[in-house]
Ligand binder design. Sequence first.
Ligand SMILES: Nc1nc(=O)c2c([nH]1)NC[C@@H]1CN(c3ccc(C(=O)N[C@@H](CCC(=O)O)C(=O)O)cc3)CN21
Ligand SMILES: CC(C)C(=O)C(=O)O
Ligand SMILES: [Mg+2]
Length: 264
Amino acid sequence: MPEVTLTTLNKLKQTGEKIVCLTAYDATFAHLESRAGVEVILVGDSLGMVLQGNSSTVPVTIEDMVYHTRCVSRGNQGALIMADLPFMSCATVERALQASTALMQAGAHMVKLEGAGWLAETVGVLARNGIPVCAHLGLTPQAVNVLGGYKVQGREEAQAQALLDDALLLQQAGAAMLLLECVPAPLAGRISSEVRIPVIGIGAGNATDGQVLVVHDMLGLSISERMPRFVKNFMQGQPNIASAIAAYVNAVKQIEFPAAEHEF
Ligand SMILES: Nc1nc(=O)c2c([nH]1)NC[C@@H]1CN(c3ccc(C(=O)N[C@@H](CCC(=O)O)C(=O)O)cc3)CN21
Ligand SMILES: CC(C)C(=O)C(=O)O
Ligand SMILES: [Mg+2]
């Protein structure tokens, strides 16, 4: 058992203290982040972009995710490890169970799946089998080819209402956590206050229960010229990576990050 558990995260939500989440893909970063006070380490399928150099997360396989989850697990010092279920791994309940088993046996404490209310049954089956699930809503990058780009979701009233309905449905189905990506800040705040479970945001304003960023982004490392609006470079003014990560933890805890310029 890690030092940080779902109980810890639920308590943080109740007390209003922000939950800090950051991606890691290897043992060294897992070590640094967990030592710096990051509560949740996300082994994100963003590794398909920042490590593998793909232009989306679609090429990432379960084997890739298992490998990096194992690496992170070895370096982790007490954080809760959440691993992404990659593209197509939730197409059927059976596939989701198989992929999640592999991730949990590689050292994950929780899995994250992209998708809305239609995954409620999958979430329920996983939860009943002892696998905590985070449901990733809003901009779901694995669906980039359907969405037509990495765009803000939930801007129209009907879409916003559908997101809120999905959040409540997934909680009801047994989700332990939600992640909202690129949704208008007021909508993310509303969803966070209407569900009991912790809500982590990226590009979703500062009213969610926690924040996540891709570690390469917050260290100012980028292949492309343009960074998404929600990214802040925490290396600025810091002597090393450990202190940049500590600055991120502090900024999230103090609700200094994200600022208005980082939200939609
Ligand atoms: N390095 C990295 N960082 C990420 O945050 C990330 C990945 N990779 N890979 C998977 C997804 C892709 N993500 C992205 C990528 C681009 C935007 C982006 O440029 N968004 C526009 C929104 C434009 C709009 O609709 O108004 C922006 O200006 O931020 C958002 C999320 C988030 N995830
Ligand atoms: C951007 C975050 C939320 C993610 O899913 C990832 O890193 O893969
Ligand atoms: Mg992901």
